[in-house]
Design a protein around this ligand. Structure first.
Ligand code: CA
Length: 242
């Protein structure tokens, strides 16, 4: 199977800085979105560090380890690097980041996602959009418990309050999601600056237009800005061809 991929990032309309970072390595089959948090540019440091450490760790010889194990180890290394950096510099104390990384298996269309936080991975297959990741947010916990509806969660003042992040605690719980891609499938990785501004129906309608990949990414960011652009917007698109 072959893949094409593109990425876009945009500060949005209300923030001067961009605390999102991403990794696009189509050749190596490794993609990641990280959405940093923390004051005084610390969020930017955390998300960049996460992406750099992930890329470095995944570039090591695999020694026969599974993709799951390698991704888990790479996220754990990113977690340690952020904690250690924050320990050395008090201005960075409390920084952290989301991390949603997708690694493609060498030949067979299989993928593995490692996920912490509220960035998202979606699969768009035959016109239908499905969210592959679960948001690690307080509002999602309330939805799961039946205490909030998904609509109430979207507009909730605590909608972006995370219950898990990378770089905050010693041993973060990491979700691992595995699947197989078919020709024509489209994967979207994004920060909440996209998914918080553009609902699933609107995302699906943009993907369904089947524009060139770069144009689709631009259209997604433009839709987030049209809807308010309240946060930094990052999107990676990966298309499986044949
Ligand atoms: Ca964000």
């Amino acid at each position: 199977m072959r893949f094409r991929a593109t990425a876009t990032t945009d500060p949005g309309l209300r923030r001067s800085e961009n605390e999102d970072a991403y990794l696009l390595d189509t050749e190596g089959g490794l993609f990641c979105v990280a959405d940093g948090m923390g004051g005084h540019a610390a969020g930017e440091v955390a998300s960049r560090l996460a992406v750099e450490v992930l890329a470095r760790e995944m570039a090591r010889p695999d020694d026969g380890a599974t993709l799951d194990a390698r991704l888990r180890a790479a996220v754990a290394a990113a977690n340690r690097a952020i904690l250690e950096t924050a320990e050395r510099d008090p201005a960075l104390a409390g920084m952290g980041t989301t991390l949603t990384a997708l690694a493609l298996a060498r030949d067979d269309g299989g993928y593995t996602i490692a996920h912490v936080g509220d960035s998202r991975a979606y699969l768009f297959r035959r016109g239908k959009l499905s969210q592959l990741t679960a948001d690690h947010t307080w509002v999602q916990q309330q939805v799961d418990a039946g205490l909030l509806t998904p609509e109430e969660a979207r507009g909730h003042p605590f909608s972006s309050m995370l219950v898990r992040a990378v770089g905050i605690a010693a041993d973060p719980e990491i979700d691992i999601i595995r699947g197989d891609l078919e020709p024509g499938d489209l994967i979207l990785l994004c920060s909440d600056g996209l998914s918080g501004m553009v609902d699933d129906d609107e995302i699906a309608s943009i993907l369904a237009r089947d524009l060139p990949l770069d144009d689709t990414a631009r259209e997604l960011a433009a839709a987030a800005n049209r809807n308010g652009g309240a946060d930094n917007i990052t999107a990676i698109l990966i298309r499986a061809t044949e």
